[in-house]
Write a protein that binds this ligand. Structure first.
Ligand code: FAD
Length: 569
């Protein structure tokens, strides 16, 4: 039977559903309503258009309405806003924003993909013209013309999530002095503080000024057209423009009006087929609540990948062959680049575990950090990355991973992400067969090494201790780096015996207490610990080595420490 599909929202989820529906049904009547001036545009490319890395505006437009019509016979109506849904009659009311008129359309199936809108706090001075959010191409046009028309030399970016970081990078790229202001003590709250410390260090090196632990309470519009950003700490930062990127909230108004259930996270409730609680209404993308498969809990995940996959899945459910496919849920896999540094993560982080369960989660987890090269070190141009892996000490199940570094960083997270989706363990990572040639990887890929380190712990070959356990005054600290490394900096009271001579120099080591062994990364100290353990010493490896210790020390010290204020719990 010929079906009439109406789609609300024409970017990631909406467009994906529209074109897949046509591929599955030549008969279907497909109408796509978009309130803005473009469909199928590259939201993810917007920051790079601001930074002039993407120079031509047209490149942001992936598919124009004319092509939707010609190639797919899809009726795209721009500047048309769906204002209400009458689910009993299976009708929507539409406002033609150019003509200023309203009309109704009936549907057999209705897909909501209205996205999420930027959060704008109700604080003093928020209406100033020099404050921008980034969501549409028009937003970036406005940013471009403000920069050009007002000789912008200083900008503040408020919010240190991925959009904030990308905007900071791109403004910096345009030689604008950027101050990045974040309410929390770290950027990128999806990852853990010691990992975020790498970003802090990198941005400081790039000359981006960080103001962590600063909650913005208002803006003062000055006579010379500048804006002063006021923070609760008392800090005041005067700039020529502000980018507000403090998060997004799901667009649920239409769905609420239609009687669709809203989940506890604030997104539209859907089942595995992306059906809302109201018959014949489906919802996808930033607006919906999804299940995080690593926590089993409802979550919001405003990312393009899930929106695209869900849009396609709904088309399959409506027009495809039975049985209807089910969305697998999400695990928060993401990547973000900032001035040459790649940050990627998947699954659980310690931050998330703490946020959900405080200090006593209902399950135990272990963590390791490693600092491998992206490819064989003998091949020119190797770049290093810091990887953190969280896993269950009971059965080795992988819980999450984070990585920060150069080329190839996100590839490792992608592999681990797939392993998590398949319920994999650290033993799977240890055995993973991955591609290798010296310019691309290593015979033991960083993913294998992560698995091997974790599996060594689980098999009882070595115990590890963490920097958050340090200092413990009852242990003997053994630094197995070279004399030169030790003299440059070392832990208080640590004794230095180079791993290469350790076999001959164990006489001075105690047998009646723990020996915590460290080197720079945790590798040499692992060799030393194995040697000592086999000689009857109670040796433990210090996870992540002295490099990680540096990050732990830095994680609360970056930015302007004087500006820190107590945050609400
Ligand atoms: P959207 O793509 O936002 O589309 C929703 C559309 O619905 C909008 O165009 C809106 O105008 C329209 N609409 C809303 N209500 C109505 C109505 N009542 N009637 C008609 N039309 C309506 N994700 C990543 O995974 N990686 C990235 O690198 C990345 N970078 C990003 C950078 C920026 C600056 C932004 C803003 C987002 C970025 N994202 C990124 C997120 C990604 O763009 C979104 O997750 C994705 O676009 C969500 O798809 P969606 O279909 O749910 O909503």
């Amino acid at each position: 039977m010929k079906k009439r599909l109406i789609i609300v929202g024409g970017v990631a989820g909406g467009s994906s559903c529209a074109v897949r529906s046509r591929r599955l049904s030549e008969e279907a009547e497909i109408i796509l309503f978009e309130q803005g001036s473009h469909v199928s545009f590259a939201s993810c490319g917007l920051p790079y258009y601001v930074g002039d890395i993407i120079k031509e505006r047209d490149r942001l437009i992936v598919t124009k309405p004319s092509l939707f019509k010609k190639r797919f016979n899809i009726d795209v109506r721009l500047h048309h806003r769906v204002v209400s849904i009458e689910s009993e009659k299976k009708e929507v009311e539409v406002e033609d924003r150019e003509a200023g008129t309203r009309y109704r359309e009936s549907y057999d199936e209705l897909l909501l993909s209205p996205g999420a809108s930027p959060l704008v706090p109700d604080i003093d001075g928020i209406d100033a013209k020099a404050i921008f959010t980034v969501k549409t191409i028009e937003d970036t046009d406005a940013i471009h013309s403000w920069i050009d028309g007002h000789n912008v030399a200083r900008a503040a970016v408020i919010g240190g999530g991925f959009i904030g970081l990308e905007m900071a990078e791109n403004l910096h790229e345009r030689k604008i002095a950027v101050t990045l202001i974040e309410m929390l003590d770290q950027l990128m709250p999806q990852i853990d503080p010691e990992m975020a410390a790498v970003i802090h260090r990198h941005l400081n090196d790039q000359g981006v000024s960080l103001r962590l632990g600063n909650r913005v309470t208002g803006f003062i519009h000055n006579d010379d057209n500048t804006l002063t950003v006021v923070c609760a700490s008392g800090a005041r930062i005067t700039v020529d423009m502000v980018i507000l990127s403090i998060g997004v909230k799901p667009e649920t108004q239409l769905a609420r009006g239609a009687g669709c259930e809203i989940g506890e996270s604030g997104g539209i409730s859907v089942n595995g087929h992306m059906q809302t609680s109201v018959p014949h209404i489906w919802a996808v993308g930033d607006a919906v609540e999804v299940t995080n498969i690593t926590t089993g809990r409802p979550a919001l995940l405003p990312l393009a990948g899930p929106a695209n996959r869900q849009g396609r899945l709904v088309a399959d459910c409506i027009f495809g062959k039975p049985p209807m496919p089910e969305f697998r849920g999400v695990q928060g896999t993401f990547v973000c680049g900032i001035a040459g540094l790649t940050i990627a993560a998947t699954g659980l982080s310690e931050n998330q575990i703490k946020k959900m369960y405080g200090d006593s989660p209902p399950f135990s987890f272990e963590k390791i950090h490693l600092n491998p090269a992206n490819h064989a070190e003998y091949y020119p141009g190797a770049e290093y990355m810091l990887i953190k892996l969280l896993f269950s000490p009971d059965d080795g199940k992988i819980l999450g991973a984070q990585a920060i570094g150069g080329t190839g960083t996100e590839k490792r997270i992608d592999v681990i992400s797939m392993a998590i989706q398949k319920g994999g363990t650290v033993y799977d990572l240890e055995q993973a067969e991955l591609c290798y040639a010296p310019q691309y990887g290593a015979a033991r890929d960083p993913v294998n090494i992560a698995g091997m380190i974790a599996a060594n712990i689980l098999r009882g070959y070595v115990g590890i201790v963490h920097w958050d356990d340090y200092p413990d005054r009852n242990v003997f600290l053994l630094d197995v780096r070279t004399r030169r490394e030790y003299e440059a900096a070392h832990l208080e009271n640590a004794v230095n015996i180079n791993v290469n001579v350790l076999r001959e120099e164990t006489a001075s080591l105690p047998r009646d207490r723990d020996i915590w062994v460290y080197c720079l990364s945790g590798q040499r100290s692992y060799y030393a610990a194995r040697q000592l353990l086999q000689q009857g010493f109670m040796a433990k490896n210090m996870n992540g080595g002295y490099y990680l210790y540096g990050l732990y020390r830095e994680m609360n010290m970056t930015g302007d420490a004087h500006d820190k204020e107590d945050l609400p719990a």
